[in-house]
Write a protein that binds this ligand. Structure first.
Ligand code: AFP
Length: 281
């Protein structure tokens, strides 16, 4: 199965990427198309993953946060598109904080709606390396080591929320969003580390909410729909949680551009419901 092969490749590359980080903490003298300063690690991880994923029969398109255009890498009937952020949270490499890879597998050419996702997942470089994969209605966490993967069991978002974390500067939040956060912070514990996949894994583990809101200065927010928001929403929703861009499931977002950004919130259903109620339509 092509989807199996995609996650086999990502898991097999993970130990090599992790081992290659120490000597790649410097900044490359480049920016990606979104204007993010690129670390050597960003560019290198993208090259490692592109080389392997482009080779897979059944993968027709490779879209990356680090590449301006979608790469056409195959012409299989019913081929898939892989949309990937090779090193999410790469600015955490310098400070030795968690980072990882996030990807979605779409069953048509991208950009495409989140409803065309057939699988999604992420690798998390923390105290241990894990890969979490959502597909066919299940979400499974694996321990990833050089000699292979170990199934650590199913992942389900806890119903009782414990943690919250939101990006952007507080003065740049909208009034309605800030008011919502003031309520949330009375009940939940702040967990925000600058890498979406690490912060979302807190939510998957303990329950709660993670988000990067639309800002006064940037109403679309920071996170990229195709590579970050929709894949992570797919994981969280398949794990029994919810997602929203403020008014709809992130899976209903249908980006026109590969690098389009969207306000992004994922987490325990009750908390996401309260958030949607607090934000203007
Ligand atoms: P980098 O990959 O450039 O470190 O950005 C990480 C990210 O896209 C996402 O993983 C984080 O949740 C978010 O940006 C952090 O953004 P702030 O630095 O504005 O908090």
């Amino acid at each position: 199965m092509v989807v199996d092969s995609v996650f086999d490749v990502v898991a097999d590359a993970a130990p090599e990427i992790r081992e290659g980080l120490p000597e790649r903490r410097a900044k490359a003298a480049t920016e990606n198309v979104s204007g993010d300063e690129q670390l050597e690690a960003d560019v290198w991880a993208d090259d490692v993953l592109f080389e392997r994923l482009a080779d897979l029969d059944g993968v027709n398109w490779y879209a990356s946060e680090e590449r301006e255009d979608v790469e056409v890498v195959g012409d299989a009937d019913d081929g898939y598109a892989v949309a990937i952020d090779p090193l999410d949270g790469s600015s955490n490499v310098k400070s030795n904080n968690p980072c990882g890879t996030v990807l979605g597998v779409y069953d048509e050419a991208v950009p495409a709606s989140g409803r065309s996702l057939v699988a999604a997942g992420f690798v998390l470089y923390g105290p241990i390396t894990t890969m979490t994969v959502a597909r066919d209605g299940d979400v499974t966490e694996y321990l990833v080591e050089a000699d292979g993967r170990t199934d650590l069991g199913n992942v389900e978002v806890p119903d009782d929320p414990v943690v919250y974390g939101f990006g952007g500067r507080v003065p740049d939040w909208t009034e309605e969003f800030e008011s919502y956060v003031r309520d949330v912070e009375d009940d939940l514990k702040l967990r925000y580390g600058g890498a979406m996949i690490a912060d979302v894994n807190q939510v998957l583990t303990y329950g709660g909410v993670f988000g990067y809101p639309g800002l006064q200065s940037r109403p679309e927010g920071k996170l990229r729909a195709l590579f970050e928001s929709m894949p992570i929403a797919y994981v969280v929703e398949q794990a029994g949680g919810a997602s929203t861009d403020g008014s709809q499931s992130l899976l209903d977002v249908d980006p026109d551009d590969v690098h389009e950004r969207t306000p992004t919130f994922v987490g325990t259903q009750s908390v996401v419901d309260d958030l949607e109620a607090a934000l203007p339509d």
